[in-house]
Design a protein around this ligand. Structure first.
Ligand code: ARG
Length: 461
């Protein structure tokens, strides 16, 4: 190391780095969260260097013990990070060398920060994926129990946010289950491509040392080694994929959050949200606001933005590594943090959500939601659907004038509109009769919802 540059890479430099450059290029403030993966990766690399005869057993032991001591210091909050040392990798390596001397200087043999950071990031993202899959599963289990318990609870089903046909609340909850199930599958699928080892690609072309990439891949729990060194150090498609799946998951959570906001509103009053997950107003004493559901809705925006950031960051980058890639971290970490926190809080909100069953049923009736059932019934009595539609339209008109719900009509009232309307018609205009009649796979009959819950349980394993 020369006297003019204090950097680990300072040998060929005669001037010190401009202080602006140091600030501009340092990533340690945000990449220090990779410390655990960095240390585990370095120990695997050093063990392999020893096995192939590049460093001695005692050098490996010193490196391993030194790194483990650093790990403890970092976790105890006793490690001093230095911006001058740029990033997490050089902070840890410099400390190791200061602590153990010569052996520390041999750790970086046969690798580069380029394969090192790609390895750390893949390991970090893999842990996040596993955590997210667990969180999603947790919500899904809650939804299964909830849907089972609410398989007979009548509520209005909506299109265009207008009351359309009666459904059961359990059916709606199972729709959330399915959305989240695809999210879970997407993360599970991404994990396969993510879990491959870039370590050994070195700067870009591999190394002349007789390294054993399979050995380090194995120790780090990777499924395979990446087959091309240029690709291994440069592509961040795994982060893009992760961000895409996170954005889709957050968009799903935003839809659920939006429904909570709408349902809990004074105009709907279909549910109440727990005091634990709502907030008050500093000026209006009566208010209980669904801020948390709104925040989840709002936070989806940043994950969509992070996906955009990572896509644009990668676009047109020539092979192999470019420093642009340092900019991947904040977007990736933000998506990880946001999706995990949102899943956790959404789980709590779902667990504490209370349906107002009477109000749900009443809302379905107020919206004449069994009108289609009545028309379908006339069709079974050989009335063409278009005519049936018109007859029921007249009946609804009558109900609007009389300010009554469909199920309040008597047989005589109905016969007045069509002679084929009989006892059976009285049954289908009740929401219970309506939902029970939608009795096929994927539909809202309570029997089908119970079956969907059983099938969902099997899928979760
Ligand atoms: N901090 C860098 C990053 O996050 C590490 C790799 C630096 N490599 C380099 N050739 N300057 O990408």
């Amino acid at each position: 190391m020369n006297s003019r540059s204090k950097k680990l890479w300072g040998g060929r430099f005669t001037q010190a780095t401009n202080t602006m450059v140091e600030k501009f290029s340092a990533s340690v403030a945000f990449d220090q969260r990779l410390y655990r993966q960095d240390i585990v990766g370095s120990i695997a690399h050093a063990r392999m260097l020893n096995k192939v005869g590049v460093i001695s057993e005692s050098e490996f032991n010193n490196i391993r013990d030194g790194l483990n001591r650093i790990l403890l210091q970092i976790e105890a909050g006793e490690f001093e990070w230095s911006e001058e040392l740029e990033d997490v990798h050089m902070n840890i390596e410099k400390r190791l060398t200061d602590d153990i001397g010569e052996a520390g200087k041999k750790l970086h043999t046969g690798r580069s920060r380029n394969d090192q950071v790609a390895t750390d990031l893949r390991l970090y993202t893999r842990d996040a994926v596993d955590r997210i899959i667990d969180e999603i599963k947790g919500i899904q289990l809650t939804l299964l129990d909830f849907a089972d318990a609410e398989a007979e609870t009548i509520m209005p089903g909506y299109t265009h946010l207008q009351i359309a046909q009666p459904i059961v609340f359990g059916h709606h909850l199972m729709a959330w289950f399915e959305m989240l199930d695809r999210d879970r599958q997407r993360f599970t699928d991404a994990r396969k491509r993510l879990n491959q080892s870039p370590l050994g690609a070195a700067a870009l072309a591999g190394t002349s040392f007789p390294i054993d990439r399979e050995m380090t891949a194995d120790e780090l729990g990777f499924d395979a080694v990446m087959r091309n060194s240029l690709d291994a150090v440069s592509d961040r498609d795994f982060a893009i994929e992760f961000a895409a799946h996170s954005a889709i998951t957050m968009v799903h959570l935003s839809r659920i959050g939006e429904e909570m906001v709408v349902w809990a509103s004074e105009a709907y009053k279909l549910i109440s949200l727990s005091d634990q997950f709502t907030t008050g107003s500093s000026i209006m004493p009566q208010k209980k606001n669904p801020d948390i559901a709104e925040l989840v809705r709002g936070k989806s925006a940043r994950t969509v933005g992070n996906l955009q950031t990572l896509l644009v960051l990668m676009k047109s980058q020539p092979l192999a590594y470019n420093r642009d890639n340092q900019e991947d971290k904040e977007a990736l970490f933000d998506s990880i943090d946001t999706v995990i926190a949102s899943l956790e809080i959404m789980h709590g909100m779902i667990q504490n959500l209370e349906p107002d069953r009477e109000r749900m049923r009443a809302a379905a009736l107020e919206g004449y939601s069994t009108a289609t059932d009545l028309a379908d019934y006339l069709v079974t009595r050989d009335v063409p659907f278009r005519d049936a539609h018109a007859v029921v339209g007249n009946i609804i008109r009558h109900c609007i004038d009389k300010e009554c719900t469909l199920d309040a009509l008597s047989l005589d009232d109905m016969r007045h509109f069509h002679p084929m309307l009989d006892e059976g018609a009285l049954r289908v205009i009740k929401p219970e009769g309506s939902v029970a009649s939608r009795d096929h796979t994927g539909a809202t009959a309570p029997r089908q919802v119970k079956l969907a819950v059983q099938e969902g349980r099997k899928r979760l394993g």
